[in-house]
Design a protein around this ligand. Sequence first.
Ligand SMILES: Cc1cc2nc3c(=O)[nH]c(=O)nc-3n(C[C@H](O)[C@H](O)[C@H](O)COP(=O)(O)OP(=O)(O)OC[C@H]3O[C@@H](n4cnc5c(N)ncnc54)[C@H](O)[C@@H]3O)c2cc1C
Length: 392
Amino acid sequence: MIPFRDFKVDISEEHEILRSTIKDFCESEVTKYVEEGELKGEIPAELKAKVVKLGLYGLNAKPELGGQGGDLLSQAIASEELSRVWTSFSTHLFINWLYIHAVQTYGSGRIAEKYVPPVAKGQKIGAFANTEPGAGSDVAGIKTYAKKVGNEYVINGRKIFISNGGIADYIVVSARTSPPEEGKRWKGISLFIVEKEQVKIISRIDTVGLRASNTAELSFEDAEVPEENMIGEEGMGFKHTLEAFDYSRVVVAAQGVGLAQAALEKMITYSMSRTAFDRKIAEFQLIQEKVAESIAEVAYARLLTYWAANLIMKGNMDDGIPAASIAKYVATDVANRVAQRAENVMGGYGVSKGGAERYLRDAQILMTYEGTNDIQKLTVARTIYRKLGLRI
Ligand SMILES: Cc1cc2nc3c(=O)[nH]c(=O)nc-3n(C[C@H](O)[C@H](O)[C@H](O)COP(=O)(O)OP(=O)(O)OC[C@H]3O[C@@H](n4cnc5c(N)ncnc54)[C@H](O)[C@@H]3O)c2cc1C
């Protein structure tokens, strides 16, 4: 009955070196861009150039494709440290990693050689477009259609809430290549790499949080895509998409950990400097309770995230898939709660610009994207019941 047996969390010396490199970089180079970037709704080109030098765009790309060959734990640690300083920026980067993951895992050698290195080197921007106006959680419900015409596919449809959507050069797009089958509606979806010249940007979406991450609605109107740009097996795009999300969910969980860590640090620092009734507010036990609960929650969110990364890296997908869902919903819920407490501890300053309000706004999106937290809970319960033979 016990669903999980492997609880080992391995973090190597190299991972810790990566963490301290990114942490130092974020504190010395990223912090100064956050306020203006959030206001303007973009990641400044100057910062992007610095990140290119550090090799972060290609963190997970294979070395032969111009990347660092970083594993999932490296991406989680990088995502955590980036989100501690600027979550919008970490989203911009991890969407490139998601794109790279899909192209180098499912693309043929020639396609990966063409479409991974420019993104890994930060010369081009990648995105992954699955969600549609009529289908988000219901991945198999997409309507975008790709019709084979000669040596090309012609794609028509709309995608919404696409991160990096308005700035991407290459987009992995899911589209139906055959109608849904009775009882197997997930079949018949395929993945394509579409270049920006074939994409129409309908609008930038104004979201409550991650304000510097470019979220857009896109349309494909007779978009012409060479047949070799189909990645993965024809008709199996649903499976490829979910598999790619198993990885990116761990990275989103890590965003939750980093955001929660930042909010925790802020509430502690503030409580040590703020005076009320002739005392530091840190002396009030109700403040201490918030700090203690937040410390505990950030610690377990971090452990769950590293644990999920470890299971997936070992190839134990039976446990890794539900673990990634657990990490995603727990860590992003924790981010939301800790951000809320930080706001509370900081009183009026918490809900004002520069207080803790950005953490709370960003946390709303972490709980929503890469599969809502409710959907993660369904995945966890279903996986366990199915292991026990109950088909639900
Ligand atoms: C800022 C931002 C960036 C994003 N970036 C991307 C991106 O880069 N690429 C991309 O493809 N998508 C992206 N998304 C889309 C995101 O993944 C979806 O919004 C999310 O999966 C939910 O889909 P939906 O919005 O259509 O909500 P719906 O699926 O309509 O869900 C609405 C509500 O119903 C609940 N629900 C749905 N089905 C069930 C069920 N079976 N059982 C119980 N409850 C259910 C959900 O939990 C939710 O509460 C992004 C979204 C945002 C907000």
